[in-house]
Design a protein. Structure first.
Length: 138
């Protein structure tokens, strides 16, 4: 959720910086620092405790989940919707050594996210990431 409020330079977005755990953790640290400077230790401590008690903290602390959005999406759809996501290549463009893949992920035959990448795996990960955001799972 935090990432949609973070303003990044174009060069960071171009190298897939948006959504990077290190950038988001730096932003979170800055937010806690601002709360501390503005209100002191008590409100800062309260916010940190609320954040830690949030069920999503488990997702943030497990690096393998953060890096593998396809697996996380599969686990969520199997558990909550008793189905698996499917991925469809929309198009491929570019020279053989500089291809771009456009992929869309479907859940129960409904489009949930699109991804563009230099290979199918990267595009599928980005599509899964978009689906997780749409499902409010991240």
């Amino acid at each position: 959720m935090l990432e949609k409020y973070v303003i990044l330079g174009k060069s960071v977005d171009l190298v897939r910086g948006r959504g990077k755990f290190s950038i988001l953790s730096d932003c979170m640290e800055s937010c806690f620092g601002a709360i501390y400077l503005d209100g002191g230790l008590s409100p800062c401590k309260k916010m940190i405790i609320q954040f830690i008690n949030n069920k999503q903290i488990d997702l943030l602390l497990d690096g393998s989940i953060i890096k593998d959005y396809k697996t996380l999406l599969q686990e969520i759809t199997q558990k909550n919707q008793n189905c698996l996501p499917s991925y469809k290549v929309l198009k491929e463009e570019g020279l053989e050594h500089q291809k771009k893949f456009y992929i869309e992920v479907f859940i129960n035959n409904h489009a949930f996210g699109k991804g563009i990448g230099k290979n199918k795996k990267e595009a599928e990960q980005l599509a899964a990431y978009q689906a997780l955001i749409k499902m409010k799972a991240l």
